[in-house]
Design a protein around this ligand. Structure first.
Ligand code: NAP
Length: 259
């Protein structure tokens, strides 16, 4: 399917690895020029080079912490005129509801709520003025069904989801859509880090930890960054203009819910 977005420009934050990279690759495959960001410059440059070589699109990189004001301003300067925004940042650490301090909550809210909001506030006006735009926020399954050990994610992402629900309806008249993609478990460094926590807590092998987790997923496997990216690119396509303010689970059926 031709996604109809060849030649458009996208900012994908936190995109040297994992789901951000999967989204960037799928957009590049559709002919979209990219601005990519991550803190680590080495992996960022490797990803950019691989995408340029595979898809022949323009890829600009800006290394820096997207949750910090200075680096975010540099990213936004490079992304001026972007028609597509995919927001992403690292997920908060696991723990117990009783453990987290005010500072822990502020860090999580900064990364997983206020940063995507700041990116949208910066880029939405241009999209609205040009009459076309797409925003996809990478959030989490934890928005639909809380994950006990990820209370910081449950909390911060719920705030972002509320902002999007209201804002998506205000920008839609200008040809701009905002939607959230909610990953369940996907095979990335983040999943490996969470599985290492299970290994430590239960004293089991990585193989056993993964098998335990897969048994809870109707698809009986982890998702891949490539299939996540394909869904993201579709939401950014010309075909998705009537999908507004939705929260779409990509979790292999793991969330046991009718709606
Ligand atoms: P990942 O494989 O660990 O990749 C994270 C990417 O983001 C890397 O490129 C990393 O590069 C970059 N990054 C992290 N923090 C950043 C920051 N502050 N500023 C700029 N770049 C940053 O993670 P992932 O699995 O793709 O997860 C992406 C998001 O989806 C996370 O918020 C995660 O919590 C959420 N999620 C993931 C899963 C899953 O199963 N994978 C499930 C539910 C939700 P640097 O480290 O070099 O900055």
């Amino acid at each position: 399917m031709d996604l109809g977005i060849r030649g458009r420009k996208a900012l994908v934050t936190a995109s040297s690895k994992g789901l951000g990279r999967g989204s960037a690759e799928a957009l590049a495959a559709a002919g979209v020029d990219l601005v990519l960001n991550a803190r680590g410059a080495e992996a960022l440059e490797e990803t950019a080079a691989a995408i340029r070589a595979a898809h022949g699109v323009q890829v600009v990189t800006v290394a820096g912490d997207i949750t910090a004001e200075g680096p975010r301003a540099a990213v936004l300067t490079a992304a001026e005129g972007a028609d597509i925004l995919v927001t992403n940042a690292g997920g908060p650490p696991p723990g117990l509801w009783s453990d987290w301090s005010r500072d822990d909550f502020i860090r999580a809210i900064d990364a997983n709520m206020l940063t995507p909001i700041a990116l949208m506030q910066a880029l939405l006006p241009g999209m609205m003025a040009r009459g076309w735009g797409r925003v996809v926020n990478i959030t989490s399954q934890s928005v639909k069904a809380p994950i006990a050990q990820l209370g910081l994610s449950n909390s911060a992402r719920a705030g972002l989801t509320g902002f999007v629900a209201g804002t998506a309806r205000q920008v839609a008249p200008h040809g701009v859509t905002i939607n959230n993609l909610l990953p369940g478990i996907h095979d990335t460094d983040r999943a490996t880090a969470l599985d290492k926590g299970v290994i430590a807590a239960k004293g089991i092998t990585m193989e056993a930890a993964r098998a335990e987790r897969m048994a809870t997923i109707p698809a009986r496997r982890y998702g891949t960054p490539a299939e996540f990216g394909a869904a993201c690119a579709f939401l950014c396509s010309v075909h998705a203009g009537f999908i507004v303010g939705q929260n779409i689970l990509l979790d292999g059926g793991a969330t046991n819910a009718t709606l």
